[in-house]
Design a protein. Sequence first.
Length: 753
Amino acid sequence: MLMDPAPIEKRFESMGKVLDAARKNLGRDLTIVEKILYSHMDPATDFSKLERGKSDIFLDADRVAMQDATAQMAILQFMSAKIPEVAVPTTVHCDHLIQAHTGSAEDLKAAEDTNREVYDFLRSAAMKYGMGFWKPGSGIIHQVVYENYTCPGTLMIGTDSHTPNAGGMGMIAIGVGGADAVDVMTGQRFMTRMPKFVGIKLTGKLSGWTASKDIILKVATMLTAKGGTNKIIEYFGEGARSLSATSKGTVTNMGAELGATTSIFAYDDNMDVYMRKTERDAVADLCKKYRELLVSDPDVEKNPEKYYDEVYEINLSELEPHIVGPHTPDLGRTVSQMKADAEKNDYPRDLSAALIGSCTNSSYEDLTRSVSLARQAKKAGLKVKSNFLVTPGSERIFQTITRDGIMKDFEDVGATVLANACGPCIGQWKRDDIQKGDKNSIISSYNRNFAKRNDGNAETLSFISSPEIVVAMAFGGSLNFNPMTDTLKTPDGKDFKFEPPQGEVYPEQGYASKDSGYLAPTNSGEVIIDPKSERLAFLEPFPKHDPVADYKDLKVLFKAAGKCTTDHISQAGPWLKFRGHLDNISNNLFLGAENAYYEETGKGHNVVTGKVDELNKIAREYKDKGIGWIAVADENIGEGSSREHAAMEPRHMGCRAIVAKSYARIFEANLKKQGVLPFTFDNKDDYNKIQQKDSIAIEGLDKLQPYQPVTMVLTHEDGSTDKIKVNHSMNEGEIQWFYAGSALNYVGSQKTA
Ligand code: F3S
């Protein structure tokens, strides 16, 4: 077993006392979400003061999981803190960088060649710093975590937005940026917002064509793609307990499509069975022993309105199969309404591809139910009409379904089996069947369907449904086909109609468990980075600044006009491949930003030379000449993704401070961590006072006090001056980060002191 039960037991032992105190403090019973959150906070917290949707909370995580795209910078940062070993169990999963093209074996080989330097780096760093390493081809992060590391009542963070998949196993699992992962790996708490609570009561039981996927497609349609923001969605009731553990994972996985902090089901017998089937008896025994800690208290189900901010109810017995899309997961309708909708909107009816599997729907239950339909069709002599691609979620699942003949039956009807990796789910799909710009429809059992998400083609309309519906529609080949009612012609001219799917939750012979692609850490060896690499570079700790001398005569690099998101600061797309190389990726700094002093996006004046240039080039020249600079911004700078590069790049290129009307919360936190001062205007109109050729001095930084304003002196080109008051939200600890040069410098100095 890969999971050590000892820390879990310790956690459970201490949980009871904290929860008794929380019940007293709040004067009521607790939901399972509250139980997990409160028991992972500082026990001295006054829980009654926490405002849902508003307060920042600081949580101890039990575990970290990272995928290969986001792990690179997170590990490089961790290394710069010079700590010998990660503070909590951590795993690295190589799943995002494998491109789907011709099929599993060739694609895997191509990925190993193309990404060798990244894999070598991740593996060698994982070995040295005590992280578990899952090789390319071992599976998709969320499926591998589900099979090996899930444990009710615990709290995990993952550097991938579908980390909430693990909520299906009764844990709080939150998708975060790399900077949060580094906090936890270096032994600190990570910050998030105290969520609001949504309770969804499930009654009845699934049957026939309806699958757990339909629950989340229905919820997405009901609550919309923004409906989960800063909320945790909890599923409860008899219907919730009737779902298999893996079905629950599908539901919580796609809570990410609503923007939810996470989603969860409380512990139940089905979770116990799953842990035992996946050979984790010791953890299952612990959960059984501490059962009452891992479920909501009795009054919660009786009076849900008292505990949740919003309550909804879905009757599983009446739920119909759904299809959502295109381009958004909340554009839903029942399968029976699809034909009319396709006609009304003139969606291309022919389905160019049907895809099943991924991290969302790779369970044995999903695949046996799906293959039961493929077998019916095979018996009738039918083959799929659409391209049919199967992405197994893990090597364990792949070996199991190969052994049990499921893979062969899929292949017999025309399926191509892809590597156990993300592939088309994250745009790693090289299609030869259509050209960019060709309008076409596809249907998948994946989770995300934004334009361009699967194949990079904005003209691909991506629909999502359960794997059962997707497989059946691959035979129909059209959005017009309703597998529950329509018939297909067999080669000998007979009418064929599908019977409802049937499957098994668990393999009768158990899961296959040959080499699953895992490497245990050795806590030895050296980290491998080719010094000539363009994709990876060691990260040196950021230099400390003198709080007086280094904050005089600062230049204004630019002033953002209107929106300035993390994409404006650090573009994605072709730059993604430099995520592990801070100096190279910094060449995209502010490329997308609108400068109030210059009409062309991403450009400005070099006030030292008078030349017009790209902002990143100006910043680099200032840096090379030892000139510090600031950037000025309007409202909500840094909204969008949580990528830490948006704060690291300015720091690397010599930015001392940003002064804005307001900040996106995560960006502001990331600036503090990297040692860039995030100021806000005390008087928002002062935004207009800062001129392009100003020389700026920031006073009082040697005596910086928590939450106390400081003065910025603007010396204008004509020699006149303005003094403006700027505020900050740094507490005592964050001020120490600033003095140390960055949070990691500070943490490293404490650990080695
Ligand atoms: Fe993300 Fe990979 Fe799943 S891309 S959605 S983890 S298949």
